[in-house]
Design a protein around this ligand. Sequence first.
Ligand code: PLP
Length: 745
Amino acid sequence: MSKPLTDHEKRKQISVRGIAGLGDVAEIKKSFNRHLHFTLVKDRNVATPRDYYFALAHTVRDHLVGRWIRTQQYYYEKDPKRIHYLSLEFYMGRTLQNTMINLGLQNACDEAIYQLGLDLEELEDIEEDAGLGNGGLGRLAACFLDSMASLGLAAYGYGIRYEFGIFNQKITNGWQVEEADDWLRYGNPWEKARPEYMLPVHFYGRVEHTNEGPKWVDTQVVLAMPYDTPVPGYKNNTVNTMRLWSAKAPNDFNLQEFNVGDYIQAVLDRNLAENISRVLYPNDNFFEGKELRLKQEYFVVAATLQDIMRRFKSSKFGCRDPVRTSFEAFPEKVAIQLNDTHPALAIPELMRNLLDIEQLDWEKAWEITTKTCAYTNHTVLPEALERWPIYMFEKLLPRHLQIIYEINQRHLDRVAALYPGDSDRLRRMSLIEEGNPKRINMAHLCVVGSHAVNGVARIHSDIVKTTVKLLDFVNDEMFIRDVAKVKQVYIYVVVFLKVLKGIFCVVLHCLLQAAPGYHMAKMIIKLFTSVGEVVNHDPVVGDRLKVIFLENYRVSLAEKVIPAADLSEQISTAGTEASGTGNMKFMLNGALTIGTMDGANVEMAEEAGEEHLFIFGMRVEDVEAMDKAGYNASEYYERLPELKQVIDQISAGFFSPKEPELFKDIVNMLMNHDRFKVFADYEAYISCQEKVNELYRVKWTRKVIRNIAASGKFSSDRTIAEYAREIWGVEPSDVKIPPPNEPRE
Ligand SMILES: *Cc1c(COP(=O)(O)O)cnc(C)c1O
């Protein structure tokens, strides 16, 4: 006697979440109903699905609060070294499910919600993604916060609370159209505003030289208002804090100097100041150089450093001396990790605080700064490197410019002493690039101002150290010994849902999002969807092959798509992808990889055995040799009939019959100025795909298991344990913070 199981019952049967206690379930139901009534002010006749999501979110949130307070008390009492992860992006995605898992509440919530006649997965799907990132760099920051909490590190994430995150992508007639990401429209149940901890951030003004040294005066002030989000560790009662700053105009904004008498206009102008935290720049690996972006970068750094120094000063260890703070112990108590150069201003800002406010001398301030800061480089592509024009600093951050000049002078003096007469070296290694306009090279500033520099994959760390102009001075043996930096700490990935696939499906997908205005990327999306139109309506191919563009790729979509994939295409030209992280997520989730020897693919092949990946194409050395010999796309076009046919079809409008010329820019790029030399890998790619076909279903699953088994290295927990020991000088701990006294514990 058996009737078919409901979805809920199936989930329960295969659940590895543990059995929910009856008390837990009853308590959650009660709390849910209480929040629906008191927080949402609804009854079940008028409640919407979103109300139910919020009622559940608040119920789960309540379980975080005691642990959050306890964790922060514990840090105050024990005073461990604090790790501060500074990033312009935190690509968090959704919070509800992650919180339930980490608190061990998922099964109880599932049961409670079911008993209330609702569906947990349906409610989870209502949550907006916190899309405060573009891609890998922002998702890395999110994974790192998760792992730092799980490894019991006293860590803080610091960033900007963008009112609008990464744009929502719509596809209309095959073209990308952007929509604003109004993710806060319905409120954010996971954040807590802390207006009482608001801090001033200064801009513009001038430097006055006084008897007590330089003073930055006549500045404009914008307030930084912190919003705290809890970051729970995995079942260890640790709840760390991600603190995101929001820009607020001071109440006297524009009322004193500028708009005397025009009260209305002054209030309207508050927007100008508050625009600083309005929107995330949708640039992945691209430096745009806008003043508003520079303001964002200084805004997060200035507010964060005040917060860090306040916490240090009030710590038991730091400074009990009521007269004068001793910063001697600062680097033993404080680590600042810079996620790319975006928060690089932390270096001159820490110097400014120590010099101008704390009145330390240069040598002491510089020693503290370099021992405190560490820098992670994310790319070697030149268009991504931040090089800010001097004139922008002169206007916006005049005191920081002076400090950077001084850092550079002392740095170049040292280089000149090591290499007398080598003026070319001085030019290469300078923080200031000559030219029109003169620019500050932020990567150079980071390398000089940090005690540790790392790339995001082993091959990338090697490239950073050897071939790349950007950091060619770190290749210098003397310099390395001298400064004892540049470590081979490499990376990580995501512990997404480790879901094994029940079914195998073949979906060709392209996970591509074009920054608006980025013409070529948009054309590639249009080409992709146009190919889809043709293939998907082809009478011969029929329903055996579908080309599908997954619209609006984001963390919550990645969580669904990655576990469903069979084949992961990681096909960057060797030497161009710093690491890649999607590659690791696919491997962890049981897809096989077809890829080049680039980024983290190299280490994936090493872990699983090269024969268990589908590796093809040029190696970095081959690409370098080709750079010397010269790359000629038409050679491949003439020699490979299939490639020629593909290009001719695109050129002749086979995929765009109404507009045959539509893709001429793509063809022109591929034929005449393709910096990625993709035709050079074409033949190897096609023959490798044939190997993939042969293997599919035959020895496939055995390879999948081998790959999953070998993927452990790519957990962000492993990476953070390495960062902790090698960069921050702390030990990860499995110490459990005592649980708060909650009825259901
Ligand atoms: C992991 C991830 C990325 C970055 O993928 P890469 O393969 O490293 O480029 C981008 N977006 C989302 C939503 C992700 O989860």
